[in-house]
Design a protein around this ligand. Structure first.
Ligand code: G3H
Ligand code: 13P
Ligand code: ZN
Ligand code: NA
Length: 307
């Protein structure tokens, strides 16, 4: 069934695991993810960005997710990723999404609160849950000054005030992760002290980790071997994600790993089968790779298998 993340997060919090939130843009991506979820009997969050809505058209993604639910019988959340204003959040609530993110993180604190409250009020009246974000995502550079870190990473006291004043259902925090395939120049590092503090100050409250792809080396190598060029790509180590999942983090966002799985396998397939031109062949290879990658995440990183 199509569900909200309310119960999912409660169970994840108590169980010390996290639910994977996967970005979807087309049929093969959706099928790869939900086939993995079905084999592992895992709850899933399928999230749609503004860019995904523009690429696929909203109705196609909604219908594909409906088909995935009908096909698998899994509890699935349909979530808007990084809604930048009230209008897009409203459009998704009206469109049947069960969860929306209002990302006011680029605004000053009071404005972020105001825009988040507006979305919460509209969504809650219609049974939809809301994620917000406080702090700015950016990698930890070894030489970054403490003052810069304080300016971008989520402040624990502000987080408490933000949650109380907005009534939001979950909060994305900035502790050193970042979007994309180049998360760390040197050694990967996250501010776990900060995460622990936020978790302690908001007991039972679900936190969200964006920019949480691990950037699997096997996919980076395949991309580079078969004609691509993504040197120096680096993600969040699995151990760090497991540690975060054991704390207040209940939702772990993954997009880059899906893109890399798809691209690595399509590149490989086409390079090894130069006379093939049937899209079902190479997109099928992409779908298979996504399925295996997501199964691995569910079982070995998120810990949400059988939940
Ligand atoms: O956080 C961003 C997600 O990876 C979605 O990316 O806006 O290019 O669809 P997108
Ligand atoms: P990645 O780029 O690490 O996959 O993060 C995705 C994300 O946070 C989507 O909101
Ligand atoms: Zn994100
Ligand atoms: Na957790």
């Amino acid at each position: 069934p199509l569900v909200t993340s309310k119960e999912m997060f409660q169970k994840a919090y108590e169980g010390g695991y996290a639910v994977g939130a996967f970005n979807v843009n087309n049929m093969e991506i959706i099928q790869g993810i939900v086939e993995a979820g079905k084999e592992e009997n895992a709850p899933l969050i399928l999230q749609v960005s503004a860019g995904a809505r523009k690429y696929a058209k909203p109705v196609y993604l909604r219908k594909l997710v409906e088909a995935a639910i009908e096909d698998t019988g899994l509890p699935i959340v349909l979530h808007l990723d990084h809604g930048e204003n009230f209008e897009i959040c409203k459009a998704c609530v009206d469109d049947g999404f069960t969860s929306v993110m209002i990302d006011g993180s680029k605004h000053p604190f009071e404005e972020n609160i105001a825009i988040t409250k507006q979305v919460v009020e509209y969504a809650h009246e219609r049974g939809v849950v809301v994620e917000a974000e406080l702090g700015k995502l950016a990698g930890i550079e070894d030489n970054v000054k403490v003052t810069e870190r304080e300016a971008t990473f989520t402040d624990p006291d502000q987080a408490v005030e933000f949650v109380e004043r907005t009534g939001v259902d979950s909060l994305a925090v900035a502790i050193g992760t970042s979007h994309g395939a180049y998360k760390f120049k040197g050694e990967p590092k996250l501010d776990f002290e900060r995460l622990e503090k936020i978790t302690k100050m908001l007991p039972g409250f679900p936190l969200v980790l964006h920019g949480a792809s691990t950037v699997l080396p096997e996919f980076v190598e395949s991309c580079n071997k078969y004609g691509g060029s993504i040197p120096g790509a680096k993600g969040v180590p699995e151990e760090m994600l497991k540690k975060a999942a054991g704390m207040g983090v209940c939702k772990i966002n993954i997009d880059t790993d899906l893109r890399l799985a798809m691209t690595a396998s399509v590149r490989k397939y086409l390079a090894e089968n130069p006379s093939e031109f049937d899209p079902r062949k190479y997109l099928g290879a992409g779908r298979d790779a996504i399925k295996e990658m997501v199964r691995h995440k569910i079982k070995n990183v998120l810990g949400c298998n059988g939940k």
